[in-house]
Design a protein around this ligand. Sequence first.
Ligand code: ADP
Length: 349
Amino acid sequence: MIHILLYLNTYCIKKEELPKEMSEKKVTKIGVLTSGGDSPGMNAAVRAVVRTGIYHGLEVYGIMRGYSGMIEDDIFRMDSRSVANIIQRGGTILKTARSKEFFEPEGRAKAYQNLSKRGIDGLVIIGGDGSFRGAQKFSNEFDIPCIGLPGTIDKDIAGSDFTIGFDTAVNTAVEAIDKIRDTADAHDRLFIVEVMGRDAGYIALHSGIATGAENILIPETKTDIEELIASLTEKEKRRKLVNLIVVAEGDEFGGGNEIAAIIKKRLPNADTRVCILGHIQRGGSPTCLDRLIASRMGYHAVECLLTGRYNVMVGILNNKMNYIPLNNAIKAKQKISEDWFKIVKILAS
Ligand code: ADP
């Protein structure tokens, strides 16, 4: 109680000073959930939300399996101990899911009933842009403030230099690709490594540069197959037989298998192998960076709810907290700077 009184005193903001996404309404009970694709570091974010909420005298509730748990009333009270010993664990103790029912007004109404019967008046949603879309709709319909934390290995959300899980995923990819290079080198092989990224090429771009890949194929740029074949032919001529191509699963020509089929047809003598890294990129203990950003974002999510800064995504830009309205987080994708492409071209020659 003392905490709350102190807090209200400190954060009292005059109504006329409030920007559009701010409100005077104070939250007292908050729910936290992880939704959509899982990413390492989600647990660290949940821990930060729970402990910051409790520090400020709020009641904190965990919602299981994203919006599904909200609809099915799978909600439980959390205390400081509920999040003990989880900061180092991949996955999410709250589980995650995709909920078809939440797309429907009836599903969202059911979810609202389950929150309101407990008096939950604020939500922290850890997920990707799909989850933010759901949150935006929900808060428009029911006046429950929602704070989004970018939890995705794809790093494709605008307004934040980091997303929770990207650093771990990309480091997993780097470790695996380094190992592949060893065996590729031993046999003089052309290796095509497929990494995750249906719509975003960040994992491919970063892991490709970090492992010295000769070619990096991503959905954001047009893949010039003729140029790729020409460069492989030229390398074959000068007996540079080890080549590493990193491809994002969503490249317009397809993933590793499709690219390999094209190359085999055009360069039948190349000793070509494909490795699809798959779901190992989603798991594992989060890196220090992911634990830190998740902790920082989780802490600030609760601060947002307490200060009436509602319906924003909490990001980190230039090492400062950045709050962007959920609406904008949904619309804008993070763009890959042209600089990266130049670096790839020069360093891989
Ligand atoms: P991510 O958050 O990782 O991008 P999804 O796109 O699968 O994952 O979204 C997660 C969940 O968010 C969906 O299963 C659905 O319940 C909810 N959601 C996504 N888009 C909407 C929408 N337009 N309206 C309502 N709910 C949505």
